[in-house]
Write a protein that binds this ligand. Structure first.
Ligand code: CDP
Length: 214
C-alpha cells in the first residue's frame, strides 16, 4: 500500500504524513530531506548551487547517516534544496532511492512535491496538502524560532513565496496537484482535525483502489 503526500512548503504535510504513517503502521519517507542533503553537501563542498555536475555528484553520494543533521531544517538549506531540485540530473539520481523505498514493506507513506505525479503515479491514495501562505509562514516561523533560528516572519514569508514559485515553475516534475489526488486545506485545521480528515480521504481512496484491482 502506497500513500503519496504532496504539497507546498510548510503546509503541515510533514507532521501529518508522520501521523498518517503511525496510524496505518506504515513506513515513512520524507523526500525533502534528500534534496536538503544535496543542497547542504554542495554548499559544504564550496560549489555553486547552479553547478549541475557538483549537484548530481552530491545526489549520487548521499550519506543516509547525516539525514538527522538539525542544520538541514535551516532557511539557508531550504533555499539551497529548492535550487538543486530544479536540476534534472539531481531528480534522476534521487529517483531510484525513492522508488525502492516501499520494497519489502507492508505499506509506505511518502511525502514530497512530485510523489503522486512522478515517483508513484499509481499510488493507492494521494493527498495534496495545502494552507494559505500566511498560515504556512506563521507555522514555519514558530518552528524555526523554537529551534533558535534568528529570523523574521517577513523573511520566512518571502522565502516560502520564492520556493513555491521555483517548485511550481521548474521544467522537470514541477509541484502540481495530481488529477486523482484529494485536496486537503489545513489553514483552519489543527493537527488532530487534519489527521481525521486525511484518514477519511485515504480510507476512501484505498477502498476505491482495492475495488479497481479486485
Ligand atoms: O519542509 P518543507 O515543505 O519546507 O520542504 P521540504 O519538503 O523539506 O523540501 C525542501 C525543498 O526540496 C522544496 O522546496 C523542493 O524544492 C524540494 N523537493 C522537491 O523538489 N521534490 C521533493 N519530492 C521534495 C522536496
Amino acid at each position: 500500500m502506497i500513500i503519496a503526500i504532496d504539497g507546498p512548503a510548510a503546509s503541515g504535510k510533514g507532521t501529518l504524513a508522520k501521523r498518517i504513517a503511525a496510524h496505518y503502521g506504515y513506513a515513512y519517507l520524507d523526500t525533502g530531506v534528500l534534496y536538503r542533503a544535496v543542497g547542504r553537501d554542495v554548499l559544504k563542498a564550496g560549489r555553486s548551487l547552479e553547478d549541475v555536475s557538483a549537484a548530481a555528484e552530491a545526489a549520487r553520494s548521499l550519506d543516509i547517516s547525516t539525514f538527522d543533521d538539525p542544520e538541514l531544517r535551516s532557511t539557508t538549506i531550504s533555499d539551497a534544496a529548492s535550487k538543486v531540485a530544479v536540476i534534472p540530473a539531481v531528480r534522476e539520481a534521487l529517483m531510484q532511492m525513492q522508488k525502492s523505498f516501499p520494497q519489502g514493506k507492508s505499506g509506505a507513506v511518502i511525502e514530497g512535491r512530485d510523489i503522486g505525479t512522478a515517483i508513484f503515479p499509481d499510488a493507492d491514495a494521494k493527498l495534496y496538502i495545502t494552507a494559505s501562505l500566511e498560515e504556512r509562514a506563521r507555522r514555519r516561523f514558530a518552528e524555526l524560532a523554537a529551534a533558535g533560528e534568528n529570523i523574521t516572519y517577513e523573511a520566512i514569508y518571502a522565502d516560502l513565496e520564492a520556493r513555491d514559485l521555483r517548485d511550481q515553475s521548474r521544467v522537470v516534475s514541477p509541484l502540481r496537484i495530481a488529477e486523482d489526488a484529494d485536496l486537503l486545506d489545513t489553514t483552519k485545521l489543527d493537527i488532530e482535525a487534519a489527521l481525521f480528515a486525511a484518514v477519511r480521504l485515504i480510507d476512501a481512496a484505498m477502498d476505491r483502489s482495492k475495488c479497481a484491482f479486485g
